[in-house]
Design a protein around this ligand. Structure first.
Ligand SMILES: C[S@@+](CC[C@H](N)C(=O)[O-])C[C@H]1O[C@@H](n2cnc3c(N)ncnc32)[C@H](O)[C@@H]1O
Length: 251
């Protein structure tokens, strides 16, 4: 009861501070704290904000990139306008939406993206295994879509839910960046098992062949195979095995 009260109180306090400073959502503080620590967005940067509704991160991205920066957001839900940002509606995993977003960067002004900030989160069903597996699958798809658009030296931030498959995801994205680390901003601490993956200094020339999603699935399958050969399956590996098999059956 006491722990719950402390968590609620902390969340309320970030919400209050966000409101006082004119941000739409408590989540704005998470990006501000990531920015303070890692400076993922620089002045004049071109930024892609994935899962941008209601617009808190877009507000922070506009502030950080300044007047000569550019911010494009995308979400399933429409947002109230944010001055200085273009906020589109669509599913980032859908090829039509991807073409629309790509057009904003590729064709219209030919500027590569300097920072991808993704706070994407699926509809939470309450079934932790499913929610975590769906979230990691979404994150891998966001990597696959946006890495080809990300400039050398660029940064990539994404929310992930701690759990099975995260180590494999980190292993798979590591070669693409100089530094990849997990970070838990104060504004999200205690609230859930969410954590942010901070990937700095994109180095496209080091990118291994193959899509992130396929390589991640391979890495998880390998882990399951190796662990079942040498040791009794742990509960978490069994869980991921079940999720992967279900996913393969659906496809
Ligand atoms: C935690 S909210 C983002 C909050 C936002 N960063 C802010 O500060 O206002 C997560 C968002 O991800 C969006 N989302 C989930 N799946 C998506 C998808 N496939 N394509 C685009 N957006 C998606 C949801 O609609 C939701 O608005």
């Amino acid at each position: 009861m006491t722990k719950r009260w402390v968590q609620d109180h902390r969340r309320d306090s970030w919400r209050r501070q966000a409101k006082e400073e004119g941000y739409r959502a408590r989540s704005a503080w998470k990006l501000k704290q990531i920015q303070d620590r890692f400076e993922v967005i620089r002045k004049h940067d071109v930024v892609l904000d994935v899962g941008c509704h209601p617009g808190g991160w877009a507000q922070v991205a506009v502030e950080c990139s300044g007047e000569r920066g550019e911010v494009v957001g995308i979400d399933l839900m429409p947002c109230q306008p944010v001055e200085g940002a273009l906020l589109l509606v669509g599913d980032i995993t859908d090829s039509g939406t991807q073409a629309r977003v790509r057009r904003e960067f590729d064709e219209d002004n030919k500027r590569p993206i300097n920072a991808v900030v993704s706070d994407i989160s699926p509809d939470i069903t309450g079934n932790w295994d499913i929610d975590q597996a769906v979230s990691i699958d979404l994150v891998a798809k966001v990597f696959d879509f946006s890495l080809p658009l990300l400039a050398a030296g660029g940064s990539f931030v994404t929310k992930i839910f701690q759990g099975v498959g995260v180590d494999e995801l980190i292993q798979v994205v590591k070669p693409h960046f100089t530094k990849v680390r997990r970070f838990s901003p104060d504004a999200s601490r205690n609230s859930s098992s969410e954590v942010y993956l901070i990937c700095l200094n994109h180095r496209p020339w080091k990118a291994p062949k193959g899509r992130i999603l396929a390589r991640w699935e391979e890495a998880v399958t390998e882990r399951i195979a190796s662990q079942t050969e040498v040791a009794p399956e742990t509960e978490s590996v069994k869980k991921m095995g079940r999720i992967l098999r279900r996913k393969q059956e659906e496809e």
